[in-house]
Design a protein around this ligand. Structure first.
Ligand code: PEP
Length: 259
């Protein structure tokens, strides 16, 4: 049984004070939630203060991106080592906004996944097709290519942390559903999740295919989260907009407890 995972990606939103106030409220609202893993991914500038607020709570810390080297002359970049040092457990890799605006290729995603794993962090690797891909019937082809290239050269045994937690999460995020208010239907999402699990079996083997959580992202809100997570293959959600409001965020978290 895979534990549901709910990740809030705040993107380039929230000052330090706003981040602290949001997570402070979330901490109180979600304090009795059990059996669901909750992660917030604030902007880099708010990681430190957010970490202090969530100390001792059931909320974990994630970063929205990393560079692939541990240290060196890479002006403006943040390394996985720094992210681990600040108390992050998760890193979002290959979000479609990074692929689109910062031209992150599958090769770059692969380097980042490898450095995440090397530093004993958990990677949330995002994959997803554009509207054009879907309309032209290429969804599964695009997902397969992103999965195979993103996970190239990674073995099952590398993905196990010393405390035996698995380090890989896949987020299926159809690009046309992100920030558009238009979510994939239950069956559209589930079909791709089933295919991703089949690919995990082929790429990483039986164990990885059974423990890797495959979560959905794209216009998740309190009104559609329970329905999406009622699907057997949807192990949680990655939330953008709705995670910026503690009340909406906690409603989505609670809907994972009901499934
Ligand atoms: C995201 O950024 O990963 C996302 C899914 O955004 P939204 O929930 O706003 O569509």
């Amino acid at each position: 049984m895979r534990k549901p995972l709910i990740v809030g990606n705040w993107k380039m939103n929230n000052s330090v004070a706003e981040s602290v106030s949001l997570v402070d409220k979330l901490k109180v609202l979600a304090k009795d939630v059990a059996g669901v893993e909750i992660v917030v991914a604030p902007p880099f500038t708010a990681l430190f203060s957010t970490r202090d607020v969530i100390k001792g709570s059931n909320i974990k810390l994630g970063a929205q991106n990393i560079f692939w080297e541990d240290r060196g002359a890479y002006t403006g970049e943040i390394s996985p080592l720094m992210i681990a040092d600040i108390g992050c457990e998760y890193v979002i890799i290959g979000h479609s906004e990074r692929r689109e605006y910062f031209k992150e290729s599958d090769e770059i995603v692969n380097k980042k996944i490898k450095s995440t794993i090397r530093n004993k962090l958990k990677a949330v690797m995002c994959v997803g097709e554009s509207l054009k891909d879907r309309e032209e019937g290429r969804t599964m082809q695009v997902i397969e290519s992103q999965m195979r290239k993103g996970l190239e050269g990674i073995s099952n045994s590398e993905l196990q942390t010393p405390n035996s937690e698995f380090q890989l999460v896949i987020a299926y995020e159809p690009v046309w559903a992100i920030g558009t208010g238009r979510n994939a239907t239950q069956s559209q999402a589930n079909d791709v999740h089933i295919y991703i699990r089949k690919l995990l079996l082929q790429i990483l083997g039986e164990y990885a295919a059974s423990v890797t959580r495959v979560i959905y992202g794209g216009s998740v809100k309190p009104s559609n989260s329970a329905e999406l997570m009622s699907e057997k293959e949807i192990d949680g959600v990655l939330i953008g907009g709705a995670s910026l409001d503690a009340d909406s965020f906690v409603q989505i978290i609670r809907s994972a407890c009901m499934v």
